[in-house]
Design a protein around this ligand. Sequence first.
Ligand code: TNX
Length: 541
Amino acid sequence: MTRLVRPRRQVTLAGLAAAALLASPLLATSPASAEPTAQPQPAASTAPSLIPKPSNQQALPGQSFALQPWSLVGLETSAKESRAARKVADGLTSQLRRSTGYPLPIIPAVPGLVDLKLSTNGPASLGAEGYQLRADRSTLSVVAATPEGLFRGVTTLRQLLPAKAESKTRQAGPWRISGTAISDSPRYGYRGAMLDVSRHFFSVAEVKRYIDLASLYKLNKLHLHLSDDQGWRIQVDSWPRLTTYGGSLETTGTPGGSYSKAEYAALVQYATDHFMEVIPEIDTPGHTNAALASYAELNCDGVAPPLYTGTEVGFSSLCVGKDITYDFLDDVFREVAEQNPGSVLHLGGDEAHSTPHSDYLTFVPKASALVTKQGKKVMGWQEIAETPLPPGSIAQYWGTDDNRSRELARKAAAQGAKVVMSPANRAYLDMKYDASTPIGQDWAGLVSVQKSYEWNPSTLIPNLPESAIAGVEAPLWTETLDDVDKLEYMAFPRLPGIAELGWSPASALDWKTYSDRLAGQGSRWDALSVNFYRAPEIAWR
Ligand code: TNX
């Protein structure tokens, strides 16, 4: 038993770790005997409520692991990956120190000494995001081939611990995990959350909170909808009025805002630390009123429209025939590309209802070329599939099972583009849950928790080859959502379901077992103060 063995190890280890441990005021004032630690535990009767469900998980009957006041965290990593791996270890231990009150020092992983082992030295066969996790009577280990894989494994580890491990304040143990062996890797490489910061502006701190919550479910892309009719939110030095004027308001006319380059850099760093790639969207040629209002010369008639604070779509368009339009986009895409280390730039392309169709067909290839000029791949809403797309492009399906949208997805695939699945009648987090939902929209229908989960990304569109599907994304449009509580209410509990569709094998997708696992997330969201919708069809616990 750990408790009997550990004092002997402490005696033989005169190094840093033991010193740190023995110096801990916690051990002096709060003896470990207060914790019920060493009794053998029965095997867990129910599997822990993991979302997304791992691709392989086995119980180790009769075994369990418990974090103890003296637990040592071992980090095993290569010189090249040590900084990123250390950040992952720090992220986990700083949270667990808060909730357990244990010191949990991080030391190099000495076999047999450490209780919690975190390693990025696993086999390359695990892939960039895969990991193995094992909890047995002596050790809890997460082994990956990269810091990213380690991060994904750590999110599983957090869900294996009691929900109170997510608390900001010290809680009573025990901190026990039933014996388990997990080997896990994702179904799709693209698992996104989109946040519309244009219709309502959200501060860096608010976006960080969304990153915290989305990354817990292994989402790996943060698509930021940075410009629309109602506001321009990213600083562009060569066209400063985009933010100073075009970003000044938001829907309903309340003050808007924008990210300075320094703020945006902090946001990107935070996303990077949570292994989410930021995908910036500059919506074109429609959804551009904020830009058109900021610069009269961008308008075909040379007259700047007023700022717009309503919720209509499809009334604005860049002037496709003017050269300045492309000078403008060249500058914007260059400065946006500079601020985003990721490989993709989203040029929108949706709902260009006031752009003549022939103009649209002229515009998108020209805009696409300005994106690839910056070394980025083109991403756009499904409509861009009507135009020739550069190699490596991604079209984002937002249909509602309608034939036109399906045809656009097939057109994208036929050109060799990948498709990201965001069916509006399933994956749009701004759709109301039911008729009584006080916020949100319903143009794509009511989207219950079950409806948002019960679909298969690879078979939703008939005759779309599975190989064309890059993954899934859940957009959160914010016409009706003006604070973080409302974002959380619409995203939770549906966002974790989309995350599972993106991560777990198709064979694992099952509403009955999912809804039972989802029920177990409720106490976790309480510990994290998430304002989630307590959907009545879920037996929250
Ligand atoms: C459609 S979906 C839009 C957005 C709106 C959203 C509201 C898409 C590509 N465009 O402009 O915000 O519906 O649900």
